[in-house]
Design a protein around this ligand. Structure first.
Ligand SMILES: N[C@H](CCC(=O)O)C(=O)O
Length: 294
């Protein structure tokens, strides 16, 4: 399982003089991973972070496993070149479809969000709903992880294809988003769930809407909280926790930096400085998006 898998790789990567000072790499398709970054600021305020958003190729949730695996390999290779000490996949879709494969391929510790989220869910309830991207729901990753930890619970998963585009387009306060959320939650409310897992890192951005639609007794589980707690534990185990004062987070995207800076601002409380990283394939996706947009 996940904690022990960290020690399976070789740790040559950490032979730098002060490996504790190396950054943690966090990635997502877009602004979803900022929900994980916010947790990292709360729980591990001394850590330096490199955040990557693959905005030229989002949404990930409608991609095939082969595509996700290719993207994730590219991102982790780039992060290794930036000499990160650990990677957090702040993306459920990547964690569901690519985590196991890349853990075999890279020596660097890589954390996914699904197992920490599943562990937290079974501590909270017995009738567990999971809202997720189409790819994550189809993979059954949450169902399997939850039932492996606790077979004596029930799990319902709902695929929510419209959420990520609405969040990325800054349409959270649009009444249409509330209507979409109402329809996605209907079957879960009917099943009388007692716990709801955010099975996509974008969804905590919708917390006020989801909270207002759910019965008050339903507990919300945000895997971001728990993956960062696991990260803290693993940094301690590896002797990699940074105790020096923090440096500013470095942000990079494959798409338009200005757009990310603008939408990221509302979640971060400051305007991030964003650079562009060019992966060949992502550049082609961006050109296609630009072309469709004109
Ligand atoms: N935020 C990601 C990706 C969503 C997407 O791009 O579809 C996730 O947790 O699944």
């Amino acid at each position: 399982m996940y904690s022990s898998s960290i020690f399976e790789g070789n740790l040559d990567h950490f032979s730098d003089q002060e490996p504790q000072r190396a950054p943690i790499g966090i990635f997502d398709s877009g602004v979803g991973g900022l929900t994980v970054l916010r947790q990292l600021y709360r729980q591990l305020p001394n850590e330096l972070v490199i955040y990557f958003g693959d905005t030229a190729r989002l949404p990930y949730g409608i991609r095939s496993q082969a595509e996700i695996l290719k993207f994730v390999r590219e991102i982790i290779t780039w992060m290794q070149q930036q000499r990160v000490k650990m990677v957090i996949m702040a993306c459920n879709t990547s964690s569901a479809l690519a985590l196991e494969a890349v853990r075999q391929e890279f020596s660097i510790p890589i954390l996914g969000v699904i197992l920490p989220g599943a562990k937290a869910a079974v501590e909270q309830g017995k009738r567990i709903g999971v809202i997720a991207t189409p790819a994550t729901a189809k993979s059954n990753a949450y169902r399997h992880a939850i039932l492996e930890i606790e077979p004596d619970v029930q799990v319902w998963q709902v695929s929510c294809p419209e959420f990520v585009p609405l969040i990325e387009q800054n349409r959270i306060h649009d009444p249409y988003t509330t209507e979409v959320a109402r329809s996605y939650l209907a079957s879960l409310i009917k099943q009388e769930i007692d716990t709801l897992v955010y099975g996509c890192t974008h969804y905590p951005h919708l917390a006020p809407i989801l909270r207002s639609l759910l019965p008050p007794q339903v507990k919300l589980v945000d895997p971001a909280v728990h993956v960062v707690a696991a990260c803290a534990q693993d940094l301690d185990l590896l002797g990699l926790r940074n105790t020096h004062p923090p440096l500013p987070t470095r942000f990079a995207v494959s798409g338009c930096p200005q757009q990310f800076a603008q939408s990221g601002m509302q979640w971060l409380g400051y305007t991030p400085l964003v650079e562009q990283v060019c992966f060949m394939d992502a550049a082609v996706s961006q050109l296609q998006q630009d072309y469709v947009g004109h």
